[in-house]
Design a protein around this ligand. Structure first.
Ligand code: HGY
Ligand code: MN
Ligand code: MN
Ligand code: MN
Length: 403
């Protein structure tokens, strides 16, 4: 049986980002496509029937000789795309562990009483087209298909164009009743993305909830001008208003218990060293366990942005890109996972996952594997090989209980 580390070693050089460090594997990029080929090869080698559905979700099927075909199957898996400069485990650990779990079940001579599938969801990070969990949102219908088709990447390529370039029919994107009907239960293994399992001193945990998560784009427009000929008093500089807003965002979120607010991406237009920007686009990631608090935070931030922009003689507009409410996982599945993982603690998380989207449609659950650095969305993200193998073994135990 291949260890999880062996499986991951095979993709260790795919999508390395020398400039940022870590990995950059945007959906439908060459790097992510290499990862999809890796998955197809590994799944086929394990006798799984591989297919890609209309939304670009990859499925590796272990069809049961009994049961009712693929309806109500047990599905596990995760994603292969990454954030820019991301770690090696966010996503791929869940996929590699699912493949290793299939090996373990086969070695134990398990004959599934219902079909089992390993799924790989595209664009979980939303790094290229701006909406997190785009693949699972399309599959479930959680996002309007036209909105998805028209999402644009930083180069102006639409999701429809990118999907078409990868062999999908953009007109077929959207809620997939047939694929959804195949999912009886969904269990996702994922690297822990905070300090939880360090503090709890446990190699694994059962996911209990995912806090609400929204993304907004704030555009502040000003007067583009020359850096040398424009007196300070004659400027309407959106970068200054943006700086004030970023500080206000931090202050507002820091004053709200359990809130997290991040501006990880700022884009001055046109972006010249000797040019006063004509507009600044910045993306805000806001999360909170209570959806009403998130809404209040957004309103307060929008008001402060309009004030800062007006002060600079600019204007500010806020558009919502995506939002997911707080999710709690299926109680019975959590119980099954706890029985398979005696002593494993329950763990709420602030990280979004495809399981968080699917939980609104089918019974879903998550298990996390310890990250000894407690750092994620960064090259420092890590999983010890023993913990990775322990995670795969536990995943196999969970799947066995549910098969
Ligand atoms: O952003 C998140 O929480 C996840 O890693 N996509
Ligand atoms: Mn992830
Ligand atoms: Mn992530
Ligand atoms: Mn000049």
């Amino acid at each position: 049986m291949e260890t999880v580390s062996n499986l991951l070693e095979a993709i260790d050089d795919v999508g390395r980002d020398a400039a940022r460090g870590g990995y950059s594997r945007p959906v439908f990029s060459t790097a992510e496509l290499d990862l999809r080929s890796w998955f197809e090869e590994q799944a086929t080698r394990r006798g799984l029937a591989v297919e890609t559905d209309r939304n670009g979700v990859l499925w590796g099927w272990w069809d049961s000789a009994t049961g009712n075909g693929r309806r109500g199957a047990l599905v596990t898996g995760s994603h292969l795309d990454s954030v820019p400069g991301g770690g090696a485990f966010d996503g791929p650990l869940g996929v590699a562990s699912a493949l290793a779990a299939v090996d373990i079940l086969r070695e134990r001579g398990v004959e599934p009483q219902r079909s089992l599938a390993v799924a790989v969801f595209p664009e979980e990070e939303g790094s290229r087209f701006g909406v997190a969990c785009l693949g699972s949102r399309l599959l479930t219908g959680a996002i309007d298909a036209d909105k998805a088709r028209n999402l644009k990447d930083p180069d102006g390529t639409t999701f429809a164009e990118a999907a078409q370039a990868r062999g999908l029919n953009p007109q077929h994107l959207g809620r997939d009743e047939e694929a959804l009907g195949r999912i009886g239960d969904f269990v996702e293994l994922h690297v822990e993305q905070g300090r939880g399992l360090i503090d709890l001193d446990s190699p694994v945990a059962v996911g209990t909830s995912i806090i609400g998560h929204g993304r907004w784009k704030l555009t502040i427009t000003g007067q583009g001008n020359h850096a040398g000929t424009t007196l300070m008093e004659d400027r309407a500089d959106p970068m200054v208003a943006a700086a004030q807003v970023i500080l206000a965002i931090r202050k507002t979120a820091a004053a709200t218990a359990d809130a997290r607010a991040t501006v990880g991406r700022v884009q001055p237009i046109p972006g010249g060293t000797n040019v006063i920007a004509s507009r600044v686009e910045l993306w805000i990631d806001i999360r909170h366990p209570d959806d009403a608090t998130t809404a209040a935070l957004v309103e307060s931030i929008h008001g402060q942005a309009q004030k800062a922009a007006a002060f600079e003689g600019c204007s500010a507009s806020l558009t919502q890109e995506s939002v997911s409410g707080t999710v709690t996982f299926d109680a019975e599945l959590q119980r099954q996972l706890s029985l398979a993982m005696p002593g494993a603690p329950g763990l709420p998380t602030g990280a979004g996952h495809d399981a968080g989207i699917l939980a609104g449609y089918v019974p879903s659950a998550m298990l996390y594997v310890r990250n000894p650095t407690g750092v994620s969305h960064s090259p420092e993200e890590h999983v010890e090989p023993d913990d990775a193998d322990h995670g795969a073994t536990v995943l196999a135990d969970v799947l066995k209980r549910l098969l």
